[in-house]
Design a protein around this ligand. Structure first.
Ligand code: GLU
Length: 424
């Protein structure tokens, strides 16, 4: 078969293409393990499913769903499920691969996986949303499980959706399998601290990044793109540390205030359907102008491919904290590095979510639940240890934090691959 017919060939400017370039950049630092590097460029398994549901008006609608298990050398697959109208197999492949790197970077005993449905959940009733979730879960039920692949929330999915997934899987296996998904409601085997964990990790790694470049958080100006679970929590924690949130962009538009947006009022409004632009304590500007707002820290916490070369050239930020997965394209990465802008890459910056997912999974298996302080202390420790190790690697090889994170993670993944050996 011709190579460009393979499902692993990237389309131009795609997240999967970005990921493949990121892997190419780390190969020179892998030594003899580079022999195994092709394994990083090929998802282990990809499942495409049809998700038919009966809509409230009596019509039958079909949605396309995916679950990709990128790599399971170090443990069961782990990664969220995304509901979004732009979801494609190739996007889910990239997201699953970033989970492989992320779980290895923080040394969690997991591989990487991801799922998604091409659907706009904002156009579904609650009942339709439940049907889509349950049918999708049942369809991917042949490859997920508490010891094989554990889904979690991602863009547009939440604790309620995880409860439906857990229930559907449990009904199909004839028991209650709380460990099959993480990010569940608290009284269904969820963990304290999970909702805020990703934003908290962005703050912890960002605070350390700021310290290392001598940027005082007090008075620092921050622009946040994406104001969901990740962006809004990170913004709150930075504001508590004395920073000013000068710009916020969500799916409704962009709002700015050079004196700092009042988050105690903005966050409840941004959670409603009216979104951030209905907040009166700032000025609404066109979305494209978000990238021109003077700031010290930029937090992309929405979707992939947002920091393009052009945007990288003009940002005034000294520090970029990747709350989203894959927000920076490789060309922009190079421009930021040349301009001396420090990027804390997604695969460590937003790893707080999957780290507390791991705590949740461990708590479910032991049926013993920790208090929130214990969760947060352990989260901070894991994130800081991982980041410090990555920083040492970056200093040693004089490489960016992204390539250093890949070096640390890929060594772990490929070492496991080599030790396990090829079957048969
Ligand atoms: N969706 C989150 C991520 O991209 C969390 C995944 C998880 O908790 O498994 O890291």
């Amino acid at each position: 078969m011709s190579e460009n017919l393979s499902f692993v060939s990237p389309t131009p400017n795609s997240p999967w293409g970005t990921y493949l370039q990121q892997v190419d950049r780390v190969i020179p630092y892998l030594g003899d393990l580079a022999r195994w590097s092709e394994t990083l460029k090929r998802p282990k398994r990809a499942l495409i499913v049809d998700v038919p549901i009966e809509m409230d008006d009596g019509t039958v609608a079909h949605f396309e769903g995916y679950r990709v298990q990128h790599n399971m050398s170090r443990g069961p697959g782990k990664g969220g499920v995304r509901f979004h109208p732009d979801v494609t197999l190739e996007e889910v492949m990239a997201l699953s691969a970033w989970m492989t790197v992320k779980t290895a970077a923080v040394n969690l005993p997991y591989g990487g996986a991801k799922g998604g449905i091409r659907v706009d959940p904002k156009k579904l009733s609650l009942q339709e949303l439940e049907k889509v979730t349950r049918r999708y879960t049942s369809e991917i039920g042949i490859i997920i499980g508490p010891h094989t692949d554990i889904p979690a929330p991602d863009v547009n999915t939440n604790a309620q959706i995880m409860a439906w997934m857990m229930d559907t899987y449990s009904m199909n296996v004839g028991g209650t399998a709380t460990g099959v998904v993480t990010g569940k409601p608290l009284h269904l085997g969820g963990s304290l601290g999970r909702v805020k964990a990703t934003g908290r990790g962005v703050f912890v790694t960002g605070r350390e990044g700021a310290r290392r470049i001598g940027l005082d958080l007090r008075g620092a100006r921050i622009a946040v793109q994406g104001f969901g679970n990740v962006g809004s929590v990170a913004a709150e924690l930075f504001a508590e540390a004395g920073a000013k949130i000068v710009a916020v962009q969500d799916h409704t538009g962009t709002i700015v205030n050079e004196n700092g947006l009042d988050l105690s009022k903005l966050i409840p409004i941004a959670r409603t359907v009216a979104g951030a632009v209905s907040f009166k304590g700032g000025d609404v500007i066109p979305n494209d102008k978000f990238w021109d707002v003077p700031c010290d820290i930029l937090i992309p916490a929405a979707l992939e491919g947002q920091i393009t070369a052009e945007r990288a050239k003009k940002t005034t930020a000294k520090l970029v904290l990747e709350g989203a997965n894959g927000p920076t394209v490789p060309e922009a990465d190079d421009i930021l590095a040349e301009r001396g802008v420090l990027v804390v890459p997604d695969v460590i910056c937003n790893a707080g979510g999957v780290t507390v997912s791991y705590f949740e999974w461990v708590q479910d298996f032991s049926s013993f639940f920790w208090d929130e302080d214990e969760i947060n202390v352990r989260l901070d420790r894991i994130m800081m240890n991982a980041l410090n190790h990555i920083w040492d690697t970056a200093d040693k090889h004089k490489i960016t934090l992204r390539t250093a994170t890949y070096a640390v993670a890929c060594e772990r993944i490929l070492m496991a691959r080599q030790e396990r050996g090829l079957y048969p």
